[in-house]
Design a protein around this ligand. Sequence first.
Ligand code: 13P
Ligand code: SF4
Length: 346
Amino acid sequence: EESERTDRIEAALEELGDDVVILGHNYQRREIVEHADFIGDSYQLSKEAAEADAEYVIFGGVTFMAESADIITDDDQSVILPSMEASCPMAGMAEALQVDSAWAEITAAAPDEEIIPITYMNSYADLKAFCASQGGLVCTSSNAHKAFEYAFEEGDKVLFLPDKHLGENTAHRLGMEDEIAQWDPWDPAGKDADEVAESDIILWDGYCQVHERFTADHITEIRADHPDAKVVVHPECRREVVEAADRVGSTSTICETVENADPGETWAIGTEIHLTNHLQRWHPEVNVLPLCGEACMDCNAMRQIDPNYLTWVLEELVAGREHNVIEVAPEEKELAEVALDRMLEI
Ligand code: 13P
Ligand code: SF4
């Protein structure tokens, strides 16, 4: 059945030629990345989208990535997400309306200081637009430290959202770990104006439910079972996990770590399981292990991009029909692009 589906995908791609480019995030299923023209992390995919000439950009990833691709591509290009169910829960943890009202409280707590909002790429276009409107920008896990540096040149404090773990890990990287205040919009006790007034970095209370499940015990256990193992984790992991690891970085840094490993080295991978499985397949000379052996580190949003849906959107394009086109509202597009462009420039 898989070989029949592969034949159908290849036939459709042959028919569509240069009209189509397929971008695949590192967390996509094997059957998707095998057909991708480019595989990468969120930052690399946004750069590829900006440079793509094809009329149709098929995005193997989640909604916020496809939205960003729509913002960055030209108006005559269409971005297609094979499943509309592929929504990252973290992106939903900071809704623009909710941030807008929190912004009034946060800025009132520090009236004499300029706060620059930075949103992680894992957020919707309206929040990106909001950040741009307040002098802020977007970042991904590969350039969060640069976005913070930019913000501290432009203002006095940073509001980082939605991912508190990436925010905390970035504060540590910059030696600013004593400057952190937490802002929990769901808990009245978690909105402390005095803390905001005293701290340079305010972290929104969002997280990735895949990466948050890694614990420092997983690292202790892997080191006990595999004394030679080194550990690389994604910065969406909790602080104590990052502290116990040998290396931390975006999904492309994780890929490079394994690519550059010597044959026979053992690396345990603290990220979404599909990437770990790809790395095992791509680098059989390296001993690649999942940091947590249980089958729990699976991103349900990424998994929604089923190869049958990829077949469907491609065959429909051959028949002249477009489905699942991701279109950001024009009133958000312009400002969201400012926030993305600021990131691409730093
Ligand atoms: P990267 O930018 O490192 O690819 O991460 C994207 C993501 O969603 C991690 O959970
Ligand atoms: Fe969102 Fe986490 Fe999935 Fe990344 S791994 S897309 S942050 S839920």
